[in-house]
Design a protein. Sequence first.
Length: 315
Amino acid sequence: MYVSQWASDTQNLEASCIEADEYEVNDCAYSRFSKITTNIGSPPLIRNTSVELKQLLVSLKSFQSCIMTGKSQNQTSEENQRFSFKRLSPLIILGIGFALFFVFDLNAYITQETLRDNRDWLLTCISENTVLTTLVFMAIYAVGTAFSLPVGAILTITGGFMFGQVSGTLYVVFAATIGSTCLFLAAKTGLGDVLRAKAGPAVKSMERGFRENELTYMFVLRLIPIFPFFIVNLVPAFLGVSLRNFVIGTFFGIIPGSFIYLTIGAGIGSIFEQGKILEISSVLTKEIVSALISLAVLALLPVAYKKFKAGKGAE
């Protein structure tokens, strides 16, 4: 009887203590253990069967697991609230790479002039070794995105020149998504968890609002070209956006804008033949920006309807 009761009580103890903090687990464990061991010396215990003794051993293990689980979760929570070099190391590496890019003046080599002067060589590389050239291009694009280097526009135009609109869109979108995801994960691991743990009620309220429709919001942020690309990589990490929705929203959200630049790149050869250089700032005309904003508004309509319906139901 007593051993069976102990088995039942201890299993209940495990479930109730998992969400407790370290001190609550210790107090709870000590109180229950004292109560149970008081009954060990009573005569009925001697008459218990071997089956009940086995239950006793199982309950002891469960009892120990309860305490260790509570401590483990408490330690994990404390670690998420502390800055550490190990957690920040990916961001530090990305920051160093960003600084070295300008220290060695590498931005001077990624220009339209470089594309113009080497366009014949690039086309030869594609014709002689298409797979390797494609992989190298995608690797450069992904690295540039992950390090937040200001080379996205010229690399996208180069992709259009080298691979055309359709294939170029596929390669650019995949590479940009990979690079963006690397930066997103680095920011989320290094700063996102810590900042969210220390955030006030206002920030947490904004986070909850964003996460209710995070896939739609990610798609809209990618569509509208007024937000810097690296900002849209970082902000979702601090708002707790899931990796799945970040990847999906990024992949599909950047397709329209990328296609526009790739289309320009596919015809840039004729501009070079005239001895001219493309004004990149002229790519996003008022008509194109208006079209992208219209797509973003359409994407937000389901969210607006959902909020309208919820407000009407609350009344």
